[in-house]
Design a protein around this ligand. Structure first.
Ligand code: URP
Ligand code: ZN
Ligand code: ZN
Length: 455
């Protein structure tokens, strides 16, 4: 028995056509006219685009937060939110606990993700303590289907690694043919600015922005690029936010170096004006790197246009205001960093990318799905083609709605996009042939998601 997605426009990164899509089991088996047979089930895609499911290569789901706790939501709730919004695969950031092994961290993430996930998932392995025996473990991690490693040049005393350690991680990854992802901000400088602001009694949430200046990101991005060149290693810069960082990425790419980079949705859609909210009002926007000024926002859109940036991720990292961000009500430095967004990404980018005429639907597919599949080697994903996984979104561009915490599916008590109007909604989301969301509502049970092993 097959499922036929009828009367839609199939969009890939390389082109589009009016066609039906035949799904058998977990795969697409045919695209074209007359692919149906008597007895097939049908999904109506009239007026819709049939897109490869969104791939969000940067999330933090059930991220540990000390004392056995974690950020808001669960693998079930956050991947249910993902599929409601049209995303069918996430790549989540594992964090090695200092003093523990990478293998233990991988096992822990695998177990929790497999129990809860509605969509497919893979991982990047965050290395925080690169002892020789830890570097030696990287081969086994890559062989287990996680051929990408993450390091932080910020969050001193928690996640940050020094330059020598960053170099060693990059070199070890490069030797394995694996990619190193870098959070590029100058952690020492930031801690100095944070300490000075606190000493001056400047403690409101909005002060967060000015303690993490664009130059501190530009400097660290440039440094990461130099270290990667010395290590002969390919790198991927996560959440590029500003002109300084973009210039460093662009220069490296023009020099032909193996460098890739992402923007995140919130940096394309919000500005540092949010940090002018008084008192605790800016707490939802305490995320790193921070929101930037309108010229930086315009530069990021330009970077996507000219190819300096490859794709748009979310850095989905939800924290409740009540009981979590609130811990820093009287001290911005105690507010956990991060914001939700995995559910909203496609609608925001369809609205501000495609509806405005800035992007074609093909470019939308490239920047929300296909490029992530290529860079992170997600075989069988990122395209609507015979033989590919039937990870599909029947995207209805005619639906108009407003984003709100009252209607989103992420288990978090606020939205940084509250009240924003958007165009478009997933009429159906399929993960490997199974309908997991209809009309923007998740319908699948926990555990349908499968580990996406990468080579
Ligand atoms: O503020 C953020 N981005 N929190 C999540 C951790 C990170 O830096 O990616
Ligand atoms: Zn980061
Ligand atoms: Zn992140």
């Amino acid at each position: 028995l097959a499922l036929i997605i009828r009367n839609g426009t199939v969009v890939n990164a390389f082109g589009r056509c009016r066609a039906d899509v035949r799904v058998e089991g977990e795969r697409v088996t045919a695209i074209g006219e007359g692919t149906g047979q008597p007895g097939d089930e049908e999904l109506d895609a009239s007026g819709c685009h049939v897109l490869p499911g969104g791939i969000d290569p940067h999330t933090h789901i059930e991220m540990p937060a000390g004392e056995g706790g974690c950020n808001a939501g669960t693998w079930y709730s956050e991947t249910a939110a993902a599929v409601a919004g049209g995303t069918t695969c996430v790549l989540d950031m594992i964090t090695q606990e200092r003093g523990a092994t990478l293998t233990a961290a991988l096992r822990d993430w695998q177990r929790r993700a497999q129990a809860g996930a509605v969509c497919d998932f893979g991982f990047h392995m965050g290395v925080t303590d690169p002892l020789p025996e830890v570097l030696a473990e990287m081969e086994a991690v890559a062989a287990a289907g996680v051929p990408s490693f993450k390091l932080y040049l910020a969050y001193r005393d928690r996640l940050m690694v020094a330059d020598g350690a960053a170099f060693r991680i990059m070199r070890a990854a490069g030797a394995l043919g694996a990619l190193t992802l870098v959070h590029a901000e100058n952690g020492d400088l930031i801690e100095t600015l944070v300490a000075e602001a606190r000493a001056a009694g400047r403690l409101a949430a909005g002060v967060h922005g000015e303690t993490r200046p664009a130059l501190a990101e530009g400097e660290a991005t440039h440094r990461a690029m130099q270290l990667a060149q010395l290590a002969a290693a390919p790198i991927y810069i996560v959440h590029v936010t500003c002109r300084e960082a973009l210039a460093a990425v662009r220069a490296a790419r023009q020099a032909g170096r193996p460098v890739w980079a992402e923007a995140c949705a919130h940096h394309l859609l919000l500005t540092d004006a949010e940090y002018r909210r008084p008192g605790f009002g800016a707490a939802p926007y305490v995320l790193s790197p921070p929101l930037r000024d309108p010229e930086d926002v315009a530069a990021l859109w330009g970077g996507l246009e000219d190819g300096a940036l490859d794709l748009v991720a979310t850095d989905h990292c939800p924290w409740h205001l009540a009981g979590q961000k609130e811990r820093g009500r009287h001290d911005f430095a105690a507010i956990p960093n991060g914001a939700p967004g995995v559910e909203e990404r496609l609608a925001l980018l369809w609205t501000h990318g495609v509806e405005t005429g800035r992007w074609t639907p093909e470019q939308f597919v490239a920047r929300t799905s296909a490029n992530a599949a290529r860079i992170f080697r997600l075989e069988g994903k990122g395209a609507v083609l015979p033989g590919c996984d039937a990870d599909l979104v029947v995207w209805d561009p005619a639906v108009r709605r407003s984003l709100s915490a009252a209607t989103h599916h992420s288990a978090v008590d606020h939205s940084i996009y509250e009240g924003m109007p958007v165009a478009g909604r997933a009429r159906f989301t399929l993960v490997r042939g199974r309908v997991v969301a209809t009309e923007g509502k998740p319908v699948a049970e926990a555990g349908w998601g499968r580990f996406a092993r990468r080579h």
